[in-house]
Design a protein around this ligand. Structure first.
Ligand SMILES: NC(=O)c1ccc[n+]([C@@H]2O[C@H](COP(=O)([O-])OP(=O)(O)OC[C@H]3O[C@@H](n4cnc5c(N)ncnc54)[C@H](OP(=O)(O)O)[C@@H]3O)[C@@H](O)[C@H]2O)c1
Length: 270
C-alpha cells in the first residue's frame, strides 16, 4: 500500500461494475484494503458474495477504522431498465458514491466480419458500450450535483489498435475511448475527474469467456510469457484514484513487459 496515499481513499465509496472476477474483483479488494467502501456489481451473485468476503478480510487485515462496508449488487449493465432502478438496490448508507469504476466487459470469439453472430455483436455493444454509457450518465448527474467524483473507465489497447479477429471488441473499446475523451473535455470546468485505463494482456476469466469455456484455448493466449494479473491493473486503478484532487490521470496504457502491441509479443519457446 505504500504506493498509494491511502488517506485520500479513507471512507470513500467506490462502485465497481464487473466486480465478480478478474480486474474488478482485485480492484474491490485493494480499495477495501485502503479503507474504502465498495459496491460490487455484476450478474453472478455467488461470485460477488465471495469477493465481498475477500473485501471484508482485506479490510480487517488493514486494521483501518474507515470503510468496511461492502454490498453486492446483482445487475446486468446491458439492461437499461435495471440501471435506471440501481438506487433501489444500493444500501442507504452507501448512496453517496465517490468513484465509479466502469469495468464490466467481455469479448466472445475471434470470428471474422461476415461470420459474426448478430447476438454476439449486440451483447458486446450492449455491455461494453451502452451499459458503460448508461452507468456514466447516471453518475455524472450525481457527481455534478455533489461537485466531486471520479469516473474510471476500463478500456483496452484494443481501443487504439484494431486487430484481426477482434473487429467487434475493438469497435466497442474504440467507442469507450471516444466517449471517455469527449466526457473529460466536457467536464473540464468541474472537479470531476475522468480516467481511462487501457490494459494489454491480463490473465483473468477474459479468455475463458472469449473461448466459451475452452480452458486450453484460453491458456494458449498466455503461453511463453508472463501476462499481467488483475492485481497489476487494480494497483493502477487505485493509484489513479488516490492522486490529489487537482491531479487527473487522463489515461494509462499497461503492457506485460514482453508484449508491445495487440499482436506483438515475445514468447519463450515451449
Ligand atoms: N483480460 C484482458 O486481457 C483485458 C485487457 C484489456 C481490457 N480488459 C477489460 O477489462 C475489463 C475486465 O475484464 P477482466 O479481464 O477482469 O475479465 P473477467 O475476469 O471476465 O471479468 C469481467 C467482469 O465483467 C462482468 N460482466 C460481464 N458482462 C456483464 C454485464 N452485462 N453486466 C454486469 N457485469 C458484467 C463479469 O461478471 P458477471 O459474469 O458475474 O456478470 C466479470 O465480473 C473488461 O472491460 C475487459 O474488456 C481486459
Amino acid at each position: 500500500m505504500s504506493l498509494f496515499n491511502a488517506s485520500r481513499l479513507l471512507g470513500k465509496t467506490v462502485l465497481i461494475t464487473g466486480a465478480s472476477s478478474g480486474i474488478g474483483a482485485a480492484t474491490a479488494v485493494l480499495f477495501a484494503k485502503a479503507g474504502s467502501n465498495v459496491l460490487l456489481l455484476a450478474r453472478r451473485e455467488d461470485a460477488l458474495k465471495e469477493v465481498q468476503q475477500a473485501c471484508i478480510a482485506a479490510h480487517k487485515e488493514s486494521g483501518l477504522k474507515e470503510g468496511g462496508n461492502f454490498a453486492p449488487i446483482q445487475l446486468d449493465v446491458s439492461d437499461r431498465a435495471a440501471i435506471a432502478g440501481l438506487w433501489s438496490k444500493v444500501p442507504s448508507n452507501l448512496r453517496k458514491v465517490d468513484i465509479l469504476v466502469n469495468n464490466a466487459g467481455y469479448v466472445i470469439g475471434r470470428e471474422h466480419v461476415g461470420d459474426i453472430d448478430e447476438s454476439v455483436v449486440d451483447g458486446m455493444f450492449a455491455t461494453n458500450v451502452l451499459g458503460l454509457i448508461a452507468m456514466t450518465q447516471l453518475f455524472v448527474k450525481e457527481f455534478k450535483a455533489q461537485k466531486s467524483g471520479h469516473i474510471i473507465n476500463i478500456g483496452s489497447i484494443a481501443g487504439f489498435e484494431a486487430y484481426v479477429g477482434g473487429s467487434i471488441y475493438c469497435a466497442t473499446k474504440f467507442a469507450v475511448n471516444a466517449f471517455t475523451t469527449s466526457m473529460r473535455k466536457e467536464l473540464v470546468d468541474t472537479p470531476i475527474r475522468v480516467t481511462e485505463i487501457q490494459p494489454a494482456m491480463v490473465e483473468t476469466e477474459f479468455s475463458l469467456v472469449r473461448f466459451k469455456g475452452d480452458v486450453n484455448a484460453a491458456k494458449s493466449v498466455y503461453a511463453g510469457l508472463q501476462p499481467l494479473t488483475g492485481q497489476d491493473i487494480a494497483e493502477e486503478i487505485v493509484w489513479a484514484a488516490s492522486r490529489p484532487p487537482h491531479v487527473n490521470i487522463a489515461s494509462e496504457v499497461i503492457f506485460p513487459t514482453n508484449q508491445a502491441g495487440a499482436t506483438i509479443a515475445y514468447r519463450t519457446p515451449q
